[in-house]
Write a protein that binds this ligand. Structure first.
Ligand SMILES: *[C@@H]1O[C@H](CO)[C@@H](O)[C@H](O)[C@H]1NC(C)=O
Ligand SMILES: *[C@@H]1O[C@H](CO)[C@@H](O)[C@H](O)[C@H]1NC(C)=O
Ligand SMILES: *[C@@H]1O[C@H](CO)[C@@H](O)[C@H](O)[C@H]1NC(C)=O
Length: 418
């Protein structure tokens, strides 16, 4: 009797201690609901846009988009910003999602967390890049939480987590020596400790593909599926592809050309942000029109020429929303530093991740980075590769139904990974 009484007391004490410890552990991360409220910064932004002065006519004869953003595009964006763009409305629609912040390793990490409600939902971490933001995934979040069928007839739904990279939007700026590897560790802590998921899947684009790939490579017991549309490995030239005996289809040839054009004529921003991030960061820090030219050009150049028309939702309003987010959160200068912090973010040597979990890949026609299936298979356990003839570098905006369909295919492979 006595021993069973002591046993009961001991186990209830243990339980109490465990509850307290869990509470403390949660408290350590200061997990809090978060609401976007940038309205008091909007009047100044509008004033600056109004007062900005652009030349009447092109400084040189109009050279088209190959010389960067055109004066006529910039003028029409400016007009739209002043006449029909409404940050307060955007903010109301964005606040319909459940936002949170948590403190991890001294950083404030902002993220959206929407749950499916299904017991077998797959936790899915969606990671953006530059000049993207959590906004890239907004068109997908609700649909991903709903139960759907994979092509192989399996039920699938997701708990969706969309963080802001350190230094972007509402996530605080990291220390100067911060790298993709550090972000990888922090995001894994977010998933496994703050949100207590034992296993999860991740999708990454642009710099986010570097984070997603590192998560896949380094946390092989918890990251049980990865999906990418970009790789942290330099694409190969046509000659290098030929040397690997890789032959291309017509669509692939086109995508290879887009990549080569980027490499030859489109890397000015890349050099600047890698070598002199403070110059461009401070030059545009307080200039909405300047940020629009620098960022808007990339949105337009890296997406489908038909962007803004179905299935694309990458409208000019969406570009203005993204630029406004950078400007209003004062995060342009800290966002560009990611290039300087990761000079070796793209490797020239292909290596296979230490993970037997499924790897999925989606290619999009105008994405300025192309990797044929044979190359993607060199870096992981490639089980699914789909090439889309519409879309570009921001598929969550540029071709959301295609990315949604591909992400759902994670469900076809998820159980096999257990
Ligand atoms: C994108 O930039 C490249 C390189 O300068 C240029 O050749 C191409 O015409 C541009 N495309 C668009 C759609 O702006
Ligand atoms: C490409 O094919 C040639 C001829 O069949 C062969 O000699 C060479 O080893 C192949 N290269 C690779 C990288 O597989
Ligand atoms: C996970 O990585 C370790 C090395 O860190 C490796 O020994 C192990 O085989 C990997 N497991 C899987 C399932 O790939």
């Amino acid at each position: 009797m006595a021993s069973s009484w002591i046993h009961t007391l001991a186990s209830s004490l243990l339980l109490t201690m465990m509850i307290i410890r869990t509470a403390i552990a949660k408290e350590d991360f200061k997990l809090r609901p978060f609401e976007i409220d940038l309205s008091d910064r909007v009047p100044r932004m509008i004033r600056q846009i109004q007062e900005s002065h652009l030349p009447q006519t092109p400084v040189y004869t109009d050279t088209g988009t190959s010389a960067g953003i055109t004066l006529s595009d910039l003028k029409s964006f400016k007009q739209q910003w002043l006449t029909s763009f409404d940050w307060d409305q955007e903010q109301i629609s964005l606040n319909k999602f459940s936002h949170f912040t948590a403190e991890i390793e001294g950083l404030t990490v902002h993220f959206i967390h929407e749950k499916s409600g299904a017991a077998d939902a797959i936790p899915l971490l969606l990671i953006h890049g530059w000049p993207g933001s959590f906004l890239e995934f907004i068109p997908l979040v609700d649909d991903l939480t709903k139960t759907a069928m994979t092509k192989s007839g399996k039920r699938v739904s997701f708990d969706v987590i969309v963080p802001s990279l350190p230094g972007f939007a509402f996530s605080s700026s990291p220390p100067i020596d911060w790298t993709i590897q550090d972000t990888t560790r922090v995001f894994n802590t977010l998933m496994t400790h703050v949100l207590a998921y034992e296993e999860y899947a991740t999708f990454g684009t642009d710099w986010g593909s570097g984070v997603a790939y590192s998560l896949y490579d380094q946390w092989n017991t918890t990251v049980r599926a990865a999906h990418l549309d970009f790789l942290p490995f330099y694409p190969l030239s046509s000659a290098e592809l030929a040397a690997e005996n890789i032959t291309l289809t017509g669509l692939e040839e086109f995508e290879e050309d887009v990549t080569i054009t980027w490499s030859n004529e489109g890397t000015g921003y890349f050099s600047e942000q890698t070598t002199k991030p403070n110059t461009i960061g401070l030059a545009l820090y307080d200039s909405p029109i300047g940020q629009l030219a620098w960022i808007g050009e990339k949105f337009m150049n890296w997406s489908d020429p038909d962007a803004g028309h179905a299935p694309s939702v990458l409208t000019r309003n969406e570009i203005l929303r993204s630029v406004s987010l950078y400007y209003l959160t004062e995060s342009f200068a800290s966002s560009v530093v990611i290039y300087a912090q990761n000079p070796n973010g793209f490797s020239t040597v292909y290596s296979k991740a230490l993970n037997d979990a499924p790897l999925l890949f989606s290619a999009f026609k105008y994405n300025p980075g192309f990797w044929p299936p044979a190359l993607v298979a060199q870096v992981g356990n490639l089980v699914y590769y789909k090439n889309h003839g519409f879309g570009g570098h921001f598929p969550g905006l540029d071709n959301p139904p295609a990315l949604l369909g591909d992400l759902r295919e994670i469900g076809s492979y998820w159980e096999a990974s257990k």
